[in-house]
Ligand binder design. Structure first.
Ligand SMILES: Nc1ncnc2c1ncn2[C@@H]1O[C@H](COP(=O)(O)OP(=O)(O)OP(=O)(O)O)[C@@H](O)[C@H]1O
Length: 239
């Protein structure tokens, strides 16, 4: 059995504000938890937007689950959580989920299932505005998980969270990936690198490394991903 790749990108070029933010990017993303790591402004959100099908692209192709990114066939097969929260503060957790389930044409039971998958079953009646940061992130994640997507795209979901909450969220990403959903997570925190099955290091609109964290470190002859990133940037790796 060889399923289609979650994402196939060829020759992607994206221009924002008159500047080519991404120029000639080729990339394949498969199963498991893939981390997209790179400094602020390197183009992570732009790449994720292109995969989610909400970014105007100047050239190239972005194929998601065998379909062009953004096509109607992918509507409930791709879950996308943006950096800014898209949930309503003045609605309860379950009300939010039921609302988004309706928008996607899913039955109300999908809301309960998504709630359970992020361990918030007991919080369904709580107004989102009263939740902690970690719980809010989980609600956003639950919205992205509605309809059991085959690809989950998460833009910096752990930003601003303490180390314990970040660890718990990464455990959740792996649980989701274990069900067969490909999970793509961006972060600018290099110490999250070790939590990924596959790591994409991005700089100035380019993917400068793509592989398991251990492989990337070994190729550069260094002990941590931050050093690997610096070695790649400075072109002094052993590879
Ligand atoms: N709406 C916009 N109009 C013009 N330029 C933009 C716009 N959004 C982003 N950019 C530019 O595109 C580049 C890449 O931004 P992007 O948000 O993709 O980076 P990022 O790696 O996700 O950064 P961060 O971690 O800070 O979110 C940056 O130089 C940014 O200034």
């Amino acid at each position: 059995m060889s399923p289609v790749s979650a994402v196939e990108i060829a020759g992607l070029r994206v221009v924002r504000g008159g500047t080519a933010v991404i120029d000639g990017l080729d990339l394949t993303i498969g199963a498991g938890v893939t981390g997209l790591l790179g400094p602020s402004g390197c183009g992570k959100s732009t790449l994720l937007r292109s995969i989610a099908g909400v970014q105007r692209v100047a050239a190239g192709t972005v194929t998601v689950l065998g379909e062009p990114a953004g096509s109607a066939a992918l509507r409930d097969r791709v879950g996308y959580q943006t950096q800014s929260s898209s949930v309503y503060d003045d609605l309860a957790v379950l009300e939010n989920l039921r609302f988004f389930a309706r928008v996607l044409g899913l039955p109300p039971a999908a809301a309960e299932a998504a709630l359970a998958s992020v361990d918030l079953t007991g919080q369904g009646g709580v107004v989102v505005g009263r939740l902690s940061g970690g719980q809010r992130s989980r609600v956003g994640l639950a919205v992205a998980l509605l309809g059991s997507p085959a690809l989950l795209v998460l833009d910096e979901p752990t930003v601003g969270l303490d180390p314990v909450l970040r660890r718990d969220l990464w455990a959740l990403f792996h649980r989701v990936a274990d069900t067969g959903t490909a999970v793509l997570v961006s972060s600018h925190v290099m110490d999250e690198a070790e939590r990924c099955d596959t790591l994409l290091l991005m700089r100035e609109g380019r993917i400068i490394a793509d592989g398991a964290p251990g492989e990337i470190k070994a190729a550069q002859g260094v002990a941590d991903i931050e050093s690997a990133f610096l070695a790649l940037v400075e072109g002094r790796g052993i590879a």
